[in-house]
Design a binder for this molecule. Structure first.
Ligand SMILES: NC(=O)c1ccc[n+]([C@@H]2O[C@H](COP(=O)([O-])OP(=O)(O)OC[C@H]3O[C@@H](n4cnc5c(N)ncnc54)[C@H](O)[C@@H]3O)[C@@H](O)[C@H]2O)c1
Length: 241
């Protein structure tokens, strides 16, 4: 942040002799968006590398949240996450048992779920160097991003998007929000994640819109490119079985 002190001029219409401090700050954010498979397989060290990516040598505390719709579809996921932490004791510690949290648009409808998440994070005594790992669809990620951006003015959030829209849009950007006052995304913040881990395996079983009559996708191809402004574009093409 830089400050400069100017005398305002009469031409600017200000009180002559008034002191003005012009404050300016800019903050650069960068975060990796990874593509992987079986992110919670203990042999996959991507998550471990991510929590260590700033070179801090310690065991990292993390709270993990799983989208309820995903939990219904993959009942063994919470067990896999616990096992992952169990197998990486020198790098990772679960701050509490992984929480299943409401998924879908209802998750971001009003303050209720946001508050529940915030109070849980407070009770777990997470600090600004702790991690929140959110595994779920775009709506749950929006809600989790909003809640974590408010606690201590922002915790480190690792997003693991589990829907197509989550992996190509909601999960990779810097916006979050919730629906309130009768308006979609009426309340929200800009809060870049610490990292994004796109795991293709989460998409495998989803019946994609427009494909319901044809059954689940057999193959999903992903093409990424950057436009002239450096914005990342990710395109998904689905092929039926
Ligand atoms: N922040 C942003 O930049 C941004 C960008 C685009 C969209 N969004 C938001 O994303 C939301 C839509 O996200 P969405 O399309 O991912 O839908 P969604 O999050 O509503 O998920 C749809 C359903 O799928 C379930 N689910 C999630 N993963 C699953 C899986 N792997 N298997 C089975 N079920 C699963 C969810 O529980 C939910 O019931 C909207 O609220 C939209 O506003 C945000």
């Amino acid at each position: 942040m830089s400050k400069s002190r100017d005398k305002q001029s009469d031409a600017a219409g200000a009180d002559p002799g008034a002191d003005v401090y012009h404050q300016h700050f800019s903050v650069a954010f960068d975060y990796p968006v990874h593509f992987t498979r079986k992110v919670f397989d203990p042999e996959n060290d991507l998550l471990v590398r991510m929590v260590n990516r700033l070179g801090e040598k310690r065991v990292h505390r993390a709270a993990v949240y799983v989208d309820s719709g995903l939990h219904e579809a993959q009942g063994d996921l919470v067990g896999k996450i616990k096992e992952y932490f169990h197998r990486h004791p020198n790098e990772l510690e679960l701050a509490g048992a992984p929480q299943v949290v409401l998924g879908g648009e209802a998750a971001k409808n009003g303050w209720q779920v946001v508050e529940e998440v915030m109070w849980t994070l407070g009770n777990l005594h997470l600090d600004r160097q702790s991690y929140v790992i959110a595994v779920g669809g775009g709506a749950m990620l929006d809600m989790m991003g909003f809640a974590t951006s408010l606690v201590h003015r922002g915790l480190r959030l690792i997003r693991v998007p589990t829907t197509v829209l989550g992996q190509n849009d909601a999960g990779v950007g810097v916006k979050n929000g919730m629906d309130e006052h009768g308006m979609k995304n009426f309340v929200g913040t800009f809060a870049p994640p610490f990292a994004v881990l796109n795991d293709f395996e989460f998409l495998t079983g989803i019946l994609l819109a427009g494909q319901r009559s044809k059954g689940p996708a057999k193959e999903i191809r992903v093409v990424s490119s950057r436009n002239n402004h450096g914005k990342l574009h990710i395109a998904f093409r689905c092929f039926s079985a």
